[in-house]
Design a protein around this ligand. Sequence first.
Ligand SMILES: Nc1nc2c(ncn2[C@@H]2O[C@H](COP(=O)(O)OP(=O)(O)OP(=O)(O)O)[C@@H](O)[C@H]2O)c(=O)[nH]1
Ligand SMILES: [Zn+2]
Length: 188
Amino acid sequence: MMNPDLDHHFEQIITGLGEDTRRGGLEKTPYRAARAMEYLTQGYHQSLDELVNGAMFESDNDEMVIVRDVEFYSLCEHHVLPFFGHAQVGYIPDGRVIGLSKIARIVDMYARRLQIQENLAREVAEAIQHVTQARGVAVQMDAQHMCMMMRGVSKQNAEMSSSVMLGTFRESVSARNEFLQLIRRRPA
Ligand SMILES: Nc1nc2c(ncn2[C@@H]2O[C@H](COP(=O)(O)OP(=O)(O)OP(=O)(O)O)[C@@H](O)[C@H]2O)c(=O)[nH]1
Ligand SMILES: [Zn+2]
């Protein structure tokens, strides 16, 4: 996964910004920055099958399962600046359930790419739908966008909310409301 070409590109970016990559503190920076960006975009090299690793379990439970407050860090595809926040994920199983940690891994896999929040939420929802064949999947994400905070309009407290409802959550108002109510309940 390590691409040494990236080091050279970062050297050019840093030089282009007016810095000197030969000075002490910056000597290893192109290398470090390249590895950091590779880490933050590792989702491009992951696959759903490998990640789920067969962790699907048969279950008669057809009640809503909710995983709350899965934190994520992503990069906006417009500015390559971070946006980060929390995902709330719910699904209604249909004969099988997915290993709990796999939901968080799926969130990470799509977050660690260049994204916009709406597409991130949709890709996570569709991936969970695909692997679980659930009756419905709901994903709600709240995030702060550095490109709005550190630059541009410079709004520090504007948080973006986006949600995607599939299957039962789309069709049934009561399922959707139950989800929205459950994700609002925060631990004391
Ligand atoms: N819908 C959506 N917009 C995003 C997301 N991340 C960044 N943006 C927005 O993408 C837009 C890009 O707008 P442009 O006008 O092309 O770029 P810009 O001149 O840098 O825009 P400003 O941020 O307004 O300075 C901005 O409004 C960003 O706030 C995201 O996840 N979802
Ligand atoms: Zn942006």
